[in-house]
Design a protein around this ligand. Structure first.
Ligand code: 13P
Ligand code: SF4
Length: 361
C-alpha cells in the first residue's frame, strides 16, 4: 500500500544528562561499597528475591546479580528469566518498562525496581492516549510494539517484541500477509522493513542514546581501523547501521564480540555493555562508536541517563523499605499479557530452529 500515511506527533522528551545523573550520587569509599554489596546480598537471600539486571546498568549491580543466582541479559531474556524463576520477589535493575514487563508476566510476584525514575525515551514518546487513536486509525494493521513501551501501550498491541526477535516476527507476519503497525522506534522499524520487506507503518520515536551515534565520524574511525568490525544496536540511525558488520540485540552483540574473528571491535550501543563484552571477549580491543562530530548534541554520550540511575544505594534502600514496587491496573495487565505472552511463545518457537541451524553449521 503506497498511500499517504499521516505521521503522528510525539511528545518532546527532555532526557536527563547522564553526567549530571552520575554526579548526583555522593562519593562512596571502598569500605562503604563493600558493606552495601554484602547487605544487598543478605537482603536478597532473606527476602527470597532475585536480581535481574540489564547489561547497561553499573557493573556492581551486574556482579551482584550473577553472584546471587540472578541474571544479566537483554530485555527478552530478562523477561524470560523472571518468568521462569521461582523467587517470590523480582528486583529489576534497568528501566521502568522492564519492571512492568516482569509484573505483566508475574502478577503473583512482588516486582521491585532499584529506581522508579528510570524511564526510556521510546516509552515516553509513545503515550497510550496518542498511540491508541493511531492504532484505531489503522484497522488493517497488526499492531507490534517494542518491549520499550508502557503496559497501556502493550495492552493495545497484538504482539510485543524485542530487538532480539523482531526480524523473525516481521518475517512471520509478512508470510501471513499481515501489514504491521510498528511502534515506537523508527530506526528499528526501518531496519526491520529493509531486511524483511514487510509492509510497515512506523511510529516516529527514537532512543536518545542510539540516535546520538554519528555516521560520518564512524566512517572516519573505520578508516583509522580498517581491520575492525562494527557492532551496532538496531536502535541506531540507518546511516550508522549501513556501516555495521553485525546488527543485533545487546546479547547478540556480546556473542558477536566473542565469536567474530576480528580483534578490534567498534561498538555502537550503550557503553554499559562493555563490562560483559570484556568478560566474554577479554582479548578483544573494544572501541566506542563516536557520539561527537558534525551535528553532535550528545547528552548521554553513549550511556543511558535512566540506566545510570540504578545504583547500589538505591538498590539497598528498596530492599530495606520494600518501596518502588511496580503496580499495574489489573485490567491493563491482563490485556498486556496477551501480546507479551505471545512474545515469549514466539521466542520459544524459534529455539529449535536456532539449535538446528547451529548444529548444521
Ligand atoms: P535489548 O533488548 O537489546 O537489551 O535492548 C534494550 C534497550 O533498551 C536498548 O537500548
Ligand atoms: Fe530506552 Fe535508549 Fe535507554 Fe534503551 S538506551 S532504555 S532505548 S533510552
Amino acid at each position: 500500500m503506497g498511500g499517504f500515511e499521516a505521521v503522528p506527533t510525539i511528545p518532546i522528551v527532555n532526557a536527563p544528562v547522564t553526567a549530571e545523573v552520575l554526579a548526583r550520587a555522593a562519593p562512596m569509599n571502598e569500605g562503604e561499597r563493600q558493606q552495601i554489596i554484602d547487605r544487598i546480598k543478605r537482603l536478597l537471600r532473606e527476602q527470597d528475591a532475585v536480581l535481574v539486571a540489564h547489561y547497561y546498568v553499573h557493573e556492581d549491580l551486574q556482579m551482584i546479580a550473577e553472584e546471587t543466582g540472578g541474571f544479566v541479559s537483554d530485555s527478552l531474556d530478562m523477561a524470560r528469566f523472571g518468568n521462569e524463576h521461582s523467587a517470590t520477589t523480582l528486583v529489576v535493575a534497568g528501566v521502568r518498562f522492564m519492571g512492568e514487563t516482569a509484573k505483566i508476566l508475574n502478577p503473583e510476584k512482588r516486582v521491585l525496581m532499584a529506581t522508579l525514575e528510570a524511564e526510556c525515551s521510546l516509552d515516553l514518546q509513545c503515550p497510550a492516549d496518542r498511540f491508541i487513536p493511531f492504532c484505531d486509525a489503522h484497522p488493517d494493521c497488526t499492531v507490534v510494539v517494542y518491549s520499550n513501551t508502557s503496559a497501556e501501550v502493550k495492552a493495545r498491541a497484538d504482539w510485543v517484541v524485542t530487538s532480539g526477535i523482531a526480524v523473525q516476527l516481521a518475517r512471520h507476519l509478512k508470510e501471513r500477509g499481515e501489514r504491521i503497525l510498528w511502534a515506537p522506534d523508527r530506526h528499528l522499524g526501518s531496519y526491520i522493513r529493509q531486511v524483511t520487506g514487510a509492509d510497515m507503518v512506523l511510529w516516529p520515536g527514537g532512543c536518545v542514546v542510539h540516535e546520538a551515534f554519528k555516521a560520518q565520524a564512524l566512517a572516519t574511525l573505520k578508516q583509522q581501523h580498517p581491520e575492525a568490525a562494527v557492532l551496532a544496536h538496531p536502535e541506531s540511525p540507518a546511516a550508522v547501521l549501513e556501516l555495521a558488520d553485525v546488527i543485533g540485540s545487546t546479547t547478540q552483540l556480546i556473542n558477536a564480540a566473542r565469536d567474530l574473528p576480528q580483534r578490534v571491535l567498534i561498538v555502537a550501543t550503550d557503553n554499559g555493555i562493555f563490562h560483559k563484552m570484556k568478560q566474554i571477549a577479554p582479548t578483544k580491543l573494544l572501541i566506542e562508536a563516536p557520539t561527537a562530530g558534525a551535528g553532535a548534541t550528545c547528552q548521554s554520550c553513549a550511556h543511558c541517563p535512566w540506566m545510570a540511575m540504578n545504583d547500589l544505594r538505591g538498590l539497598v534502600r528498596v530492599l530495606e523499605r520494600g518501596d518502588n514496587e511496580i503496580r499495574l491496573d489489573e485490567e491493563v495487565r491482563v490485556k498486556a499479557l496477551r501480546a507479551t505472552g505471545r512474545m515469549l511463545e514466539f521466542a520459544q518457537s524459534l529455539k529449535p530452529a536456532a539449535a538446528a541451524k547451529s548444529s548444521t553449521a
